[in-house]
Design a protein around this ligand. Structure first.
Ligand code: NAD
Length: 284
């Protein structure tokens, strides 16, 4: 199937990254968010990231200009998706929100459109059950920062058909990504392992085993991880991380019980880089 128009729903950390790669890869890209200011900020951030790419010699100036021409923000959901061949949602990790969105997408997109979720852990099968075309629903799990990270996990829900799987794989490859196929299971491959490491780091911090920066240094220098678990958590967003842990705790059991210290950070509004403060402080 031919994909020309990609709609991205949610213009936060992930949605703006997905819109960036979609536009740069030659697709007409329409970004929607419930918050117009988030949408406007996303366009500014995408332009800034493309400019950085140009300065570093990774993006041709002409490619940046045409990517920006292909990209627009649309403040009305139904208008944003009415011509979409492929929709990728990146709204918060809450099933009730995703189900409501999928119902609207089903009513408002062309019947051939594929509906993909960038969920980190939730059941794509449950989202598929909310629509009349469950065979055209799939998980497309990108990584942060989307324009740099190479992997997309493609999650096959119970009813996902082969045509949808192959079109999604081809789209991820057109975005310059490599893919792994995952049969739906909570947390897929990557989140299932990654949140355990991050949660254990919070447990250690709470117990006073070492400082946050020393835990990060130990994991980077001793285990050769490119980022420490707190640096990673702050980049992902501690609220997103906590939501994933809660879901895996419910579905996979006790070893995923969220650290009380992580819960406290989220209650305090220390959500990570996106708000300027998480485990570490950032210039906003
Ligand atoms: P975020 O909080 O940065 O952004 C979410 C955006 O969705 C916000 O701009 C918000 O205004 C908007 N929004 C809220 N409700 C909406 C609705 N009903 N319709 C349209 N827009 C709505 O979140 P994020 O970190 O970008 O995460 C989005 C999804 O991607 C989640 O499912 C998360 O689990 C997944 N994910 C996140 C990461 C990560 O590193 N942050 C990585 C992979 C996957």
């Amino acid at each position: 199937m031919e994909i020309k128009v990609v709609a991205v729903i949610g213009a936060g950390v992930m949605g703006r990254g997905i819109a960036h790669v979609a536009a740069l890869s030659g697709f007409e890209t329409i970004l929607y968010d419930v918050s117009t200011s988030q949408g406007q900020q996303a366009l500014v951030a995408i332009e800034a990231n493309l400019s950085k790419g140009v300065k570093r010699g990774k993006v041709e100036p002409a490619a940046m200009a045409s990517a920006l021409e292909r990209l627009r923000f649309e403040g009305d959901l139904r208008s944003a998706v009415k011509t979409a061949d492929f929709v990728i949602e990146a709204i918060p990790e809450r099933m009730a929100l995703k189900l409501e969105l999928f119902t609207t997408l089903d009513e408002s997109t062309p019947p051939h459109a594929i509906l993909a979720s960038n969920t980190s852990s939730l059941s794509v099968t449950e989202m598929a059950a909310a629509v009349a075309r469950p065979q055209r629903v799939i998980g497309m799990h990108f990584f942060n920062p989307v324009h740099i990270m190479k992997l997309v996990e493609i999650i096959r829900a119970l009813e996902t058909d082969d045509e949808t799987f192959l079109a999604t794989k081809a789209l991820a490859e057109a975005f310059g990504k490599q893919t792994v196929a995952v049969n739906e299971s909570p947390g897929f491959v990557t989140s299932r392992i990654n949140v355990l490491i991050g949660n254990e780091a919070f447990c250690m911090l709470q117990e006073g085993v070492a400082s946050a920066s020393d835990i990060d240094r130990a994991i980077k220098l001793g285990l050769n991880h490119p980022m420490g678990p707190f640096e990673m958590g702050d980049m992902v967003g501690l609220d997103t991380r906590l939501a994933t842990l809660k879901h895996l705790h419910r579905t996979l059991g006790e070893k995923y019980r969220p650290s009380p210290l992580l819960e406290k950070y989220v209650k305090a509004g220390r959500l990570g880089r996106k708000v300027g403060r998480g485990v570490y402080d950032y210039d906003t």
